[in-house]
Design a protein around this ligand. Structure first.
Ligand SMILES: [Zn+2]
Length: 333
């Protein structure tokens, strides 16, 4: 211990730490390192405004951005036994659950809801990677079954957003049993002739990829999402070969016929509206006539766009001058 380590170093550290931006205001993009203002990032659905990197989005925010007007009703999911195996690794399973609940404010790793997209009633489920890696335990199985049953009852499509590291090891064989169980749930939809659409988000791996996440009538993925069964290191060690670049990423899987499309998060809602209407054999949606999610309404510039539209309408009727005066009255209102 000397003067340098006791006095100079803490002083230097405190100087630098003061310069760090408060965590609650800014998020650093893990891909390009740009500092992103929280509100701006939220408005952009957690996609980096600089490099388009898709960061995780909480199920509640995702569903709010999906449904008309951001309005949805949660569907009840039957509770799962809290600790069926009395499992313990470094921590007890119930303690891990308590932590995950506190961290996410959610009960479990899957949120199920119903509402309308482009005025088409649908059931949707979103998996929460923040909740113990989105792992599939009995509850997640219950959630998918509840969603499928609701969709069959209402004769509506089921859209699922997957995000998981796989089965929940704390539930051992019981978590693996969710693979056939959820497959049966998907089969119920197929027998009822209802669309089942999967949106794979980063990351979707393990037993989830080996069951419900790969059984969609339409398979969509967000850009650059990691999607696979076994990890690439395990595969490399097993086959003794170097894997190609971009292996197990959305774009690679699309090129190799494993996906139907890769869609940017901002275009997902519109794509899902079109696809569900196509699969239900409804007329294509009328452009501009659909209620937008609240996130869109909050964006500045919408009023300008409306004024612009009004001006364009007026332009059809008369001279450019009339259009200008029309736009002015629109603004004055
Ligand atoms: Zn970025």
């Amino acid at each position: 211990m000397n003067w340098i380590s006791n006095y100079v170093r803490p002083k230097i550290n405190s100087l630098f730490s003061r310069r760090e931006v408060p965590e609650n205001l800014w998020t650093k993009c893990p891909e390009c390192g740009t500092m992103l203002f929280h509100r701006e990032l939220k408005e952009n659905l957690n996609v980096c405004t600089n490099c388009d990197h898709h960061m995780p989005i909480a199920p509640r925010d995702r569903l709010a951005a999906l449904f008309d007007g951001g309005v949805f009703t949660e569907i009840d999911v039957p509770d799962a036994p809290p600790d069926p195996l009395g499992f313990r690794d470094q921590k007890k399973y119930p303690d891990r659950m308590k932590e995950a609940r506190k961290k996410t404010g959610e009960k479990e790793a899957m949120l199920v809801a119903e509402g309308e997209i482009g005025r088409t009633p649908i059931v949707a489920a979103a998996q929460d990677f923040r909740f113990m890696g989105g792992s599939m335990g009995i509850y997640v199985g219950n959630a998918i079954l509840a969603a499928a049953e609701r969709a069959v009852k209402k004769k509506s499509p089921f859209i699922l957003f997957s995000a998981a590291g796989g089965a929940r090891m704390q539930e051992g064989i019981l978590s693996l049993m969710q693979m056939p169980r959820t497959t049966v749930a998907v089969q119920m939809l197929k027998e009822a002739g209802l669309p089942y659409i999967v949106v794979l988000t980063h990351p979707t791996t393990g037993g989830v990829t080996a069951s419900y996440a790969m059984l969609g009538d339409v398979q969509i993925a967000e850009p650059n999402a990691l999607i696979g069964f076994a990890g690439s290191r395990v595969i490399e060690q097993t086959i003794g070969e170097k894997l190609p670049e971009g292996f197990q990423r959305s774009e690679y899987l699309l090129d190799h016929g494993m996906l139907d499309r890769v869609t940017h998060r901002k275009d997902l809602r519109d794509d899902l509206i079109t696809i569900t209407r196509m699969l239900l054999r409804l007329d294509p949606p009328i452009k501009g006539d659909l209620p937008k999610p609240t996130a869109d309404e909050a964006k500045p510039g919408k009023a300008d766009a409306q004024a612009g539209e009004a001006a364009a309408e007026n332009a059809d009727e008369g001279s450019a001058e009339a259009a200008q005066s029309g736009a002015t009255t629109e603004a004055e209102k």
